[in-house]
Design a protein around this ligand. Structure first.
Ligand SMILES: Cc1cc2nc3c(=O)[nH]c(=O)nc-3n(C[C@H](O)[C@H](O)[C@H](O)COP(=O)(O)O)c2cc1C
Length: 326
C-alpha cells in the first residue's frame, strides 16, 4: 500500500508529470483505466505568480480528477512561497516540487535538475513549501547531475529532513536526459537510505518493466510516463500482472478507437476544437503505434476539425476489419 502523508492509495502506480501532455483530458483517460494518483505537468512558479493565462489553465481540475498532485518548478524561494499560496486555493491533494527537469533553458536558471547541484538551496525551498501548506509535499529528483556526481541518496535525505512525505526518483542523470539505461541500483540505494516512500521513475514502459522496477529497487510505487502515451491500458494491465502474475490481453482495435474518440472529445471540450484537435495529433500516432496505418498517421498531422479526426479514427477501425477479413 502506498501512503503519502495522511493519504493512502489503493494502487502503487502513479501517472508521472509530463509537460505538454498531462492536461485534464489525459489524466481522465488514464484514470478510466485504473490510474489513481496523477500529477499536473510542471507549473512554473514565476508564471503562476504573474497569473499567466496558460499556466492557470494548467491548474484546471474537476471533482473526478482526484487524487491529484500539482508540480511546481522554480528556484527562487520567495516566488515559490507565493506560488504555494496560490495553489493552496485549489483542490490538490499533494504539492510536488520539480528538481528533475533536464531542459537547458530551465537548468540554466538553476531550476529543475539544476537544483541537484545546489542541495542546500533545494532543501531550503522544500522546507519553505512544507511550512506553507497543509498538504503533503513530495519532490521529484534524478540520480544526479552526471555520472560523476550521483548524489540521489544525499538529496533524498535532505528532502526527508525538510519534511517531504515521499520522493519520486528518475533513475537517470541530468546529462542522460531520457536516454540510456535506468540506474536501478541508485533507486535501491535511495530506498534504503530514507524512511519516506520512494516512487521510481524510468522506463516504466510496460507491465513487465514496471514489475522489474519494483523487483530491482524495492520501491513503494512507480510513476508511469512515456508508457502511458496512447496506452492508458498500462494501468489496468500492470495491476493485473502485479496481482495475478499475468497481464490480460492487449485491448482490441475497437477498444482503442473508442478510447481515441473519448480522448478527442475530452480534448475538444477542454481546449476548444482547434487546439483540442491539434493536441490530439500526436496521440493519434501513439494510439496507433504498431498498426500499419502510416498514411492515416500522416493525414492525422493535417487534421483540423473534429470531423477530420473522427473520420481518421473510423478509418483505423475499417482498415483493421478489412485486413482481418482478407
Ligand atoms: C514529454 C515529457 C514531458 C515531461 N515533463 C515532465 C514534467 O513536467 N515534470 C517532471 O517532473 N518530469 C517530466 N518528465 C519526466 C517524466 O515524468 C519521467 O520521469 C521520465 O519520462 C522517465 O520515465 P519513462 O522513462 O518511464 O518515460 C517528462 C517526460 C516526458 C517524456
Amino acid at each position: 500500500m502506498l501512503s503519502i502523508g495522511h493519504i493512502k492509495f489503493n494502487s502503487p502506480l502513479t501517472l508521472a508529470p509530463m509537460a505538454g501532455i498531462s492536461d485534464l483530458p489525459f489524466r481522465m483517460i488514464n484514470r478510466s483505466f485504473g490510474c489513481k494518483l496523477a500529477f499536473t505537468e510542471m507549473i512554473n512558479a514565476g508564471s503562476l505568480v504573474r497569473k499567466n493565462i496558460t499556466t492557470l489553465k494548467n491548474l484546471s481540475t474537476t471533482v473526478d480528477d482526484r487524487p491529484l498532485g500539482v508540480q511546481l518548478l522554480g528556484a527562487n524561494p520567495d516566488v515559490i512561497r507565493r506560488a504555494v499560496d496560490i495553489v493552496s486555493e485549489y483542490a490538490f491533494d499533494i504539492i510536488d516540487f520539480n528538481a528533475a527537469c533536464p531542459v537547458n533553458k530551465i537548468v540554466s536558471r538553476g531550476e529543475g535538475a539544476g537544483l541537484l547541484m545546489e542541495p542546500l538551496r533545494l532543501q531550503k525551498i522544500l522546507k519553505i513549501i512544507v511550512e506553507n501548506t497543509d498538504r503533503p509535499v513530495t519532490v521529484k529528483i534524478r540520480s544526479g547531475w552526471d555520472e560523476s556526481s550521483v548524489n540521489a541518496s544525499e538529496t533524498a535525505l535532505r528532502a526527508q529532513d525538510a519534511g517531504v512525505k515521499a520522493l519520486i526518483i528518475h533513475g537517470r542523470t541530468r546529462l542522460q536526459a531520457y536516454r540510456g539505461k535506468v540506474d536501478y541500483e541508485v533507486i535501491r540505494e535511495v530506498k534504503e537510505s530514507v524512511q519516506i516512500p520512494v516512487i521510481a521513475s524510468g522506463d516504466a514502459l510496460s507491465p513487465e518493466l514496471i514489475r522489474k522496477l519494483f523487483d530491482e529497487t524495492g520501491c513503494d510505487g512507480v510513476a508511469v510516463a512515456r508508457g502511458a502515451l496512447g496506452n492508458p491500458w498500462i494501468f489496468r494491465e500492470t495491476e493485473e500482472l502485479l496481482k495475478k502474475g499475468s497481464a490480460p490481453l492487449r485491448p482490441d482495435v475497437y477498444e482503442i478507437t473508442q478510447t481515441m474518440k473519448k480522448h478527442l472529445d475530452l480534448n475538444i471540450s477542454f481546449h476548444g476544437e482547434e487546439r483540442g484537435v491539434m493536441r490530439f495529433r500526436k496521440f493519434f500516432g501513439w494510439y496507433t503505434k504498431g498498426m500499419s496505418v502510416k498514411m492515416l498517421k500522416t493525414r492525422a498531422f493535417h487534421a483540423v476539425t473534429r470531423e477530420d479526426m473522427q473520420e481518421l479514427i473510423e478509418e483505423v477501425e475499417e482498415d483493421y476489419v478489412s485486413k482481418n477479413r482478407a
